[in-house]
Ligand binder design. Structure first.
Ligand code: DP6
Length: 377
């Protein structure tokens, strides 16, 4: 007999960034962080977890059709935690099938190209944990599962929820209070949009896992960031979201991205994630905001050159319209989504040229919901 359960999980993009661990084994961060969960219609991981006493190969993982190693500490930590919870249920109710002792087979697929250079580990580990929890019929809340997903990849803990999500750093040495928590539902501020400019399909040079620890070890600026910059940004950001104050949301988003990349530059030797296309995107956002006479767009960058631009639905014309003539020929552009939009180039031609030549794909999406159990597999 084969037991099976499937789920989808979303991507999230932080507006206050996680960068630095105080415990590398448990993935405990040096600061709290906050992200927006993106719509699964555009970006999601679909994962099926199954188990059977007759699986011959032991635990296994198929990632986008390719066999993937599960012997690493991160998937092992997730397997161990989930099995322990299932074993406790089985001990309490001997009539339950002994799933905790059976090999697990995990099959995971993204609906976006891995080559797009988009962070997929967050959606990946969130789906991994949620699918096994569903298979095991664990009564665990998303917050509790976030403790487990965190051990797979830090940012994954935030993908257990939809909407606006904080990861509270916690203080316990065992990590029991370092978990995600929903700041607001997607429906609280459903007008939030995200435009992703894929600036490079190449794999990033320094992984976030190793990059952040080089920063922790060598950057003086980083100490200032975790002591005062991030706590202040978290406070303003939570208030901005509660009040749906886009101008404040945008300023903190841009400042926090800049602060994070400044600590990368202050790392010794320095780490550069942004490239010329990224910097052109920053100038484009500045030009769009200047032309609008208010802040209508906010950029942010993770550990790579792709730009994520947040804006509100009502400002689609001002934001996307400005970029329309340069982005309309790029792969992935959805002309239908912006029908009736006028090309309205309001920024420097050189910026337009750089964007046009360096952006390989455009994804237009919005704030979205958390993981969804599904029958498809
Ligand atoms: C820049 O979650 O990928 O995207 O915990 O080592 O797996 P590990 O790191 P990861 O780091 C993400 C860093 C970031 C900022 C963020 O998502 O908050």
């Amino acid at each position: 007999k084969v037991y099976r359960a499937s789920t989808t999980a979303p991507v999230n993009i932080a507006v206050v960034k996680y960068w630095g661990k105080r415990d590398t084994k448990l993935n405990l961060p040096t600061n709290s962080s906050l992200s927006v969960t993106l719509s699964q219609a555009d970006l999601r991981t679909l994962t099926t977890a199954s188990c059977s006493a007759s699986y011959p190969e032991g635990d296994s993982l198929l990632l986008n059709g390719e066999p993937s190693d599960v012997s690493g500490a991160r998937p092992q930590a997730c397997f161990r935690e989930l099995r322990a919870r299932r074993a406790a249920l089985e001990a309490a109710d001997p009539s339950l099938p002994k799933l905790s002792t059976m090999p697990l087979r995990i099959v995971s697929e993204n609906n976006f190209p891995t080559a797009a250079g988009l962070a997929s580990s967050a959606a990946g580990f969130a789906a991994f944990v949620r699918a096994i929890a569903n298979l095991y019929e664990l009564p665990a809340s998303p917050a509790e599962l976030s403790l487990i997903a965190r051990q797979g990849s830090g940012s994954a803990c935030r993908s257990l929820f939809g909407g606006y999500v904080a990861w509270r750093m916690g203080s316990a040495a065992d990590g029991s209070d370092s978990m995600a928590d929903q700041v607001a539902e997607a429906s609280h501020w459903p007008e939030m949009r995200a435009l992703i400019l894929v600036a490079s399909a190449a794999k990033k040079g320094v992984s976030s896992t190793s990059g952040m620890q080089q920063t922790v070890a060598t950057s003086g600026l980083f100490q200032e960031r975790i002591k005062s910059v991030v706590p202040r940004n978290m406070e303003i950001m939570e208030k901005a979201i509660a009040e749906r104050d886009f101008e404040r949301f945008a300023e903190v988003t841009m400042r926090d991205s800049n602060s994070f990349h400044a600590t990368c530059a202050d790392t010794y030797p320095p780490i550069f994630y942004m490239n010329d296309v990224s910097r052109a995107a920053i100038r484009a956002v500045e030009a769009i905001n200047a032309a609008a006479g208010r802040t209508v767009a906010a950029y942010t960058f993770d550990a790579g050159p792709n730009a994520v631009i947040y804006y509100l639905e009502k400002d689609t014309e001002a934001v996307v319209g400005s970029l329309y003539s340069v982005l309309s020929h790029v792969d992935g552009w959805k002309s239908g989504a912006v029908e009736g939009l006028k090309a309205n180039v309001s920024f420097d031609e050189s910026v337009a040229g750089l964007l046009k030549n360096g952006v390989s794909r455009v994804i237009m999406t919005s704030v979205g919901e958390g993981p969804v159990a599904t029958e498809e597999y």
